[in-house]
Design a protein around this ligand. Structure first.
Ligand SMILES: Nc1ncnc2c1ncn2[C@@H]1O[C@H](COP(=O)(O)OP(=O)(O)OP(=O)(O)O)[C@@H](O)[C@H]1O
Ligand SMILES: [Mg+2]
Length: 253
């Protein structure tokens, strides 16, 4: 279910600013759901999804883009030649700027990445969502610098929360929006720890996205949020819609 309200607002948001918004999805711990959150929220916002994660488990592969079958490397070419990459398009999924396995060793420095993203957002004329490699690296820092909102999925578990604390400590002046992610009956100690960390750093907490047991084994490439939405996916789609709204309204309160 593509949320027309979100799309309208995103378009209005894009028109009302100097350039369309840039959103990043980042976390200092791997596997907490950055890519899934980026993919689905990008789809709901009508954003182009830029994949900055060169590992195989990222959005490029789950989108169905096989680097092995392609001669060109749009992301590497774009940085090398200083031009805006043309996204690949597909049905029921976000338009994608695919990553390349060599990107890890060929990341421009953070300022160059941030400058490029700002230019791309203007040239694309649409919101741009960037999914990042886990942890801090040049391309991630560049995406964070350019971003108007950084989605930070946080699992309510000991190691994830320790990683969250480290991230918030390092990135105090970035526009972070923490999303409690893959939430599944966490013990109250984890809730308390989460509340302590987020209030200590004064970081906004967005809508919760629950744990859905059918998501990890899903092999479909189409966005979960794309029509027709299956009955079991409806609660998930509603939660992603709330995340999309929170992104649009970020900083407006
Ligand atoms: N809401 C959810 N409920 C249940 N499982 C989920 C949910 N969101 C994502 N997952 C699953 O969690 C796993 C990790 O998700 P994902 O790949 O998005 O994380 P990531 O942070 O991008 O990982 P990496 O650090 O490797 O890039 C995947 O198997 C994915 O299908
Ligand atoms: Mg990922």
């Amino acid at each position: 279910m593509r949320n027309e309200l979100s799309l309208d607002r995103a378009a209005e948001w894009a028109r009302g600013t100097d350039r369309p918004p840039i959103i990043a999805s980042a976390a200092w711990k791997g596997g907490d759901g950055k890519s899934t959150l980026a993919y689905e929220t990008a789809f709901q916002l009508g954003a182009v999804l830029g994949d900055f994660d060169w590992d195989k488990g990222g959005c490029t592969r789950s989108w169905g883009y096989r680097v092995e079958d392609r001669v060109r490397a749009p992301l590497l070419d774009a940085f090398e030649k200083g031009r805006t990459p043309a996204p690949v398009t597909g049905r029921r999924k976000p338009d994608l700027i695919p990553c390349h396995p060599d990107f890890g060793l060929n990341q421009p420095d953070p300022d160059a990445v941030a400058d490029a993203l700002e230019k791309w957002a203007v040239a694309l004329g649409r919101p741009l969502m960037v999914d990042t490699h886990p942890g801090g690296c040049d391309s991630t820092y560049g995406a964070l610098k350019a971003a108007d909102v950084v989605l930070v999925p946080a699992v309510l578990a000991e190691k994830s929360l320790n990683a969250l604390e480290g991230m918030l400590d390092e990135l105090t002046d970035y526009p972070l929006l923490v999303i409690p992610h893959m939430v599944q009956n966490p013990p109250s100690t984890m809730f308390r720890k989460f509340k302590r960390i987020t209030s200590q750093y004064g970081v906004p907490v967005g809508p919760v996205v629950d744990y859905y047991k059918w998501i990890p084994s899903r092999t479909l490439r189409v966005a979960i949020c794309s029509e027709p939405v299956s009955k079991r996916a409806l609660p998930y789609v509603r939660q992603i819609d709330r995340v999309a709204e929170a992104v649009i309204n970020y900083g407006r309160a």
